[in-house]
Design a binder for this molecule. Sequence first.
Ligand code: MN
Length: 750
Amino acid sequence: MMRQYELVERVQRYKPDVNEALLNKAYVYAMQKHGHQRRASGDPYFSHPLEVAAILTDMHLDEATIAVALLHDTIEDTSATRAEIDELFGPDIGKLVDGLTKLKRLDLVSKKAHQAENLRKLLLAISEDVRVLLVKLADRLHNMRTLDHVPEAKRLRIAEETMEIYAPLAGRMGMQDMREELEELAFRYINPEAFRAVTERLAEFFERNRGVIKAIEEALSHLFAEHHIKATVKSRQKKPWSVFRKMETKALSFEQLSDIFGFRVLVDTVEDCYRALGVIHATWSMVPGRFKDYISTPKQNDYRSIHTTIVGPSRQRVELQIRTFEMHRIAEYGVAAHSIYKDLGGKVNGADHRISRDTNAYAWLRRTIEALSEGDTPEDFLENTKLELFQDQVFCFTPKGQLIALPRGATPIDFAYAVHTDVGDTCVGAKVNGRIMPLMTELKNGDEVEIVRSKAQVPPAAWESVVVTGKARAAIRRATRNAIRKQYSGLGARILERAFDRAGKTFSRDALKPILHRLGRQDVEDVLAAVGRGELSSQDVVRAVFPDYKDERVTQAPKEREEGWFNLRNAAGMLFQIPGRSSRKAKRAKGGEQAKETNGHGALPIRGVSGDLPVRFAPEGAVPGDRIVGILHPGSGIIIYPIQSPALTAFDDQPERWIDVRWDIDEHMKERFPVRLSVTAINEPGSLAEIAQLIAANDANIHSLSMERTAPDFTEMLFDLQVWDLKHLNRLVSQLKESNCVSDAHRVNG
Ligand code: MN
């Protein structure tokens, strides 16, 4: 295991002014916290964060990143807390360690291929800081290097995850070394036979070509020396995974591969790159179509190099890459290389460093490089490098670790519906990161969301305007429709029960099943809802079930739509008494109140009218408690309306006809006032009686009544009543609404 001073020395080699105290403190703290913990290999656990730190020193990262590497597993795996780390190392390092703790949850997520892209995005989105990703990648690299000790089943999962997520991520960050090593390690576990076969073929190939490779290397070095170009020539061997992938994707045999080895020419300056290229092309002939200048046109991941293929000294094809040392470092370490070499800042905007303006997955890298050019120090660069990718999405977890990708602005309701429609429909509350939060809460990246459910729940229609996902919106609409349908089917069941009762039969839902096709309905609920909505008559249902049944009332009815106005005495005279002399007599006998005729041309208890003009109420009436207004009708007098009456709009542009009036009620004077009520009743014998009885019991007089059948099982009744005042009226309306045979009651124009 690396000693404390060895680690400090490693950093000192590239950063002489290193903050030793910070490194020492992190080393001791992590070592103490991990204590006697062991890895699967049996090694002390602390060897792992130490190795991760070592990998990052190879990439020449700053001491804050190295300290974070040492601490990266402490919050998750030891008694350490974020607060403690904040206190000891400062909130900046605390935040980075916390970021890694969040990423660690990813390791718990069940790995499915289709989640790979989301996971990669999540990594970027919740890392927020490039350093978190760098430590995460180093962490993964060390875990891959020691994967042999992990149980076999787990091994494959980790290798696949590395291949699908971490290796491409390293590639996108421009870290080709890291990408290659991760790929090779993963390849070894994912496809051991192929790995072994390709590795053996490669070893054989290099054994055979060792002399050739050496000869080319020497010829190149000699050529550059001759032309006074300071250059380093390195042979480069293709890695097993890239050989295998090329054979697979291009369906080539090993022998057909032409780029199994190549050479890198590293020089000091851009000018030297082109000079080197010149002497190479002047000495050997180039293979047409293989020349690429990524120096004048860098790749989108910031890769810069000149590629060419020549027919070499011993007549075979030789691939060459020509670049500066600095370009080479960036090609190998990517973002990590930028982080320490602040000198690059000036060159980023240089003419030779045009970066594609394309918006794509590499856009964020461009931003990190731009941030670098703006910052004064490498530290600034790292701190300003917020990963702003995927700002339109948030990624959240279920308590079991399933990853749910949602659009930004999504709420726990959206989350619930994204998990499953049933979960959304029964959602009544949510815990976000263990705390109960309002369902309107906007979710953030990395939130763990637990949905609190209740079977009794019906999603409120108002949710529709809260959610942002189409899935949630559609499901809420569907649930609302179903709830309304349920209300109608409940009403329909009530109607049918009574209709069957009347026919001397017993109603059951099962009885409806055989006749569904005859009624043209899908299921029993459908029939009930149709009856409830008035689309289907209860009599039709009864007759469908009992074809022999004859309803006498039905045979007597001349037509489906009844005549508009009924004479109350004729229609239901036997059921109740209409107001009139007999009624007044009864009242007098009972309470002795004087019911004065108010609906005529007599004196109304209204102030504000003068002279001899006759005053009367509008047909819909008005009662004390209403705010009222008078409208002058030349030749016929003044008509009193409640202020809310829609009839008044007819006089809106004739202000001269409006007369301010108010009630003039004498406390001792008992008088009733006219009002019109609309009552929608369920059609069945006794309904009218029940309603009339209710009105009478509430001490209101019925002056007249009209009925209209609005649907097979519903009748709208218009009552002209006489009541004491608004309070009296309101009590009556609410009692009517309560009645079993009433589906709606309201004041007309009131
Ligand atoms: Mn770790």
